[in-house]
Design a protein around this ligand. Structure first.
Ligand SMILES: Nc1ncnc2c1ncn2[C@@H]1O[C@H](COP(=O)(O)OP(=O)(O)OP(=O)(O)O)[C@@H](O)[C@H]1O
Length: 613
């Protein structure tokens, strides 16, 4: 906890003026609160005890004035601090979200979505307690207790020292107690983020959950997390109750001592009745903030735990933080991409690419094919600059990708992925996502080329139809067409394409091929290819295996060389459906054991070849 404090203070520093103003207000508020016990003493000792009735009006007037000051300062405090706290929370949320948005893909791979959401939404709420009235009340409470202590000493030194001795033991116990609370709150936030993370996943994957009848299992996982959270809360409550109980005992002991010695003092004439009553009221003034401090301190501990996590996130280096990233691409790009001896590993010591080299000329199509796990997506991720290579370079128009500001590069990129990720908005919003400043006509044109208009017209609200989370209200083929329209509108120089491994009906297939053919024209395209039509069109095919390029050439060259590509190609029934799937990709692979002997004279193969030539 102590380690977190300097960091948290760094966050609060800009608001120190406000906190000081709050502190001054609370001091005025508390001092005004002293009017009641002081006026009581004057009332009992002078107005009643000595019949000085002319003092009655000034005393009551003073009390009224003090109450008014109290009310006004309390109002100003909450207006000033609570509103400032919410503004600060909002600013911080925006800052954290922006920062997370700039973090590299590797950070997202390592952290669950739900956890990131709770970093942005929940953790920053701690500020409400720190800047809102929490911190000021805490300091105000401590200050009031200190001031009251002085007044109590002035009224009766011996009694006060005795009472303070007991309270000191209590304060020491509280200090120890807060030490145990810190880890409890930290753990609570971890469990909470885990539970919400899993919940987000299971709701997003509801179709898989239902298909495998995993509802009960998911519920069990959730229930386990929810119970862990409960357990944590229960321990917190037990701690709180123990603290509450001991404070009641302490108050009882203190009250009895004051009553015993106070009454003896009055009887012996060393204490007036007014002083006794004032003493008890002031004592309550000292004890009440101490107990209030207990509950506020609990909130503060929780807040500091949350904010230290927020600081951890903000300390993560963003994608562009590398000092080498000083260059920028100009307003145009030819689109020549060269990979030289590229090596890469996601985890240290487990290389995935072992020296990949190839050249993609501007406007050419490079098809990546190969078994599952051979490194196709990894190469695409590196070209997208989602990761940085361990060694070797990627140059675009001769510029090393690790030396440029990513924004200046990515504005030339377009992607159409297998799982064409769409947002829960209208079809039009989804198309214009790639270029929000596009005109209505440009959006319509992209929709027309990608053949989105054909199905959009049939929908009740046309291109203004809301398509649901991830576009669930559209068919797979329709989603792909929207995603193609989105890329057409972006008008990228470099296009990344991950073709679907599943076949569509021949009409949808034809429409998608048409859209893709338009999209690929004149752009440097990298495609994880599963369509024979795409592969045949490619200027070069890279056949990957185990993170290496095993074969490289055009379709005709690779067929003629009768190597691994040829083997795979001739083993597939799915040629008929225009699909090319290497081992592990999709589920349409038929092996020799399944009854296909791979001889090139079988009908499916000859039919396929007819299609190729
Ligand atoms: N984020 C990641 N963290 C760690 N390892 C990864 C990650 N992504 C991929 N890998 C590993 O890298 C290797 C290459 O994966 P990659 O996704 O590039 O293969 P692929 O050829 O695209 O496969 P597929 O056709 O199945 O998509 C695999 O062994 C995979 O387990």
């Amino acid at each position: 906890m102590r380690k977190a404090l300097p960091g948290v203070w760094a966050m609060l520093r800009p608001k120190r003026g406000l906190l000081l103003a709050g502190l001054i207000l609370i001091v005025i508020n508390r001092i005004a609160g002293f009017a009641l016990p002081l006026s009581t003493k004057a009332l009992i000792d002078y107005v009643i005890g000595k019949h000085m009735s002319h003092l009655l009006l000034p005393i009551v007037g003073g009390l009224l004035l003090a109450t008014l000051i109290q009310a006004l300062t309390a109002f100003a405090l909450s207006q000033l601090l609570s509103k400032a706290a919410w503004r600060l929370i909002t600013d911080l949320r925006i800052q954290v979200q922006e920062h997370i948005g700039r973090l590299p893909i590797a950070y997202y791979d390592a952290n669950r979505t739900g956890v990131l959401v709770s970093r942005i939404m929940s953790d920053v709420e701690g500020l409400r307690n720190l800047v809102g009235t929490g911190l000021v009340e805490f300091l105000g409470g401590v200050l009031t207790a200190a001031l009251t202590f002085v007044v109590l000493l002035w009224i009766n030194i011996k009694l006060t020292l005795m009472v303070f001795g007991i309270l000191a033991v209590f304060i020491a116990a509280m200090k120890w107690w807060f030490g145990t609370l810190g880890p409890l709150f930290k753990r609570r936030a971890v469990i909470f983020a885990d539970v919400t993370g899993r919940l987000t996943e299971s709701m997003g994957g509801v179709r898989v959950v239902k298909s495998y009848r995993a509802e009960a299992r998911e519920s069990a996982v959730f229930a386990k997390g929810a119970r862990q959270l409960l357990d944590n809360h229960l321990r917190g409550i037990t701690n709180n109750s123990l603290m509450g109980m001991s404070s009641t005992v302490v108050i009882g002991i203190v009250a009895s001592i004051v009553m015993f010695f106070g009454a003896r003092g009055i009887l012996a004439g060393s204490m007036t009745l007014g002083s006794y009553i004032t003493y008890t009221v002031f004592l309550a003034f000292m004890v009440a903030p101490l107990f209030q401090v207990v509950s506020i301190a609990t909130q503060l501990t929780e807040a500091i735990a949350g904010l230290s996590r927020t600081r951890e996130v903000l300390a993560e280096k963003d994608e562009d933080s590398d000092p080498r990233r000083t260059g920028r691409f100009g307003s145009t790009l030819a689109g020549e991409v060269i990979l030289q001896d590229l090596r890469f590993s996601y985890q240290a010591g487990k290389p995935v690419l072992h020296g990949i080299s190839f050249v993609s000329k501007p406007g050419s199509v490079t098809a990546l094919v190969g078994p599952s796990g051979s490194g196709k997506s990894t190469i695409i991720n590196l070209i997208n600059a989602f990761h940085t290579p361990d060694s070797g370079v990627i140059t675009v128009d001769g510029v090393d990708l690790t030396t440029v500001e990513l924004g200046s590069y990515r504005c030339f990129l377009g992607v159409v992925l297998q799982e064409s990720f769409l947002f829960d908005g209208t079809i039009r919003d989804n198309i214009s996502f790639s270029r929000p400043d596009a005109t209505y006509e440009e959006i319509l044109e992209a929709a027309r080329i990608a053949r989105v208009d054909e199905f959009a017209e049939r929908l009740p609200e046309g291109s203004d139809t809301i398509i649901g989370e991830r576009g669930v209200k559209l068919s797979g083929g329709q989603r792909q067409r929207v995603s193609i329209a989105r890329a057409i509108l972006a008008d990228p120089r470099i296009l990344i394409l991950d073709e679907a491994t599943s076949s569509l009906d021949s009409e949808s297939e034809a429409l998608i091929q048409e859209g893709l053919a338009y999209l690929m024209r004149g752009r440097t395209t990298f495609v994880i290819a599963h369509r024979l039509s795409t592969i045949r069109q490619a200027d070069q095919i890279l056949f990957l295996e185990d993170g290496l390029i095993r074969e490289q050439g055009t379709h005709e060259q690779l067929i003629a060389s009768r190597g691994r590509y040829y083997d795979l190609y001739t083993r597939q029934y799915s040629l008929e459906s225009n699909l090319f799937l290497a081992p592990g990709e999709g589920d349409q692979i038929v092996t020799e054991e399944d009854g296909f002997n791979g001889r090139p004279d079988l009908p499916s193969f000859s039919q396929a070849l007819r299609g190729i030539r």
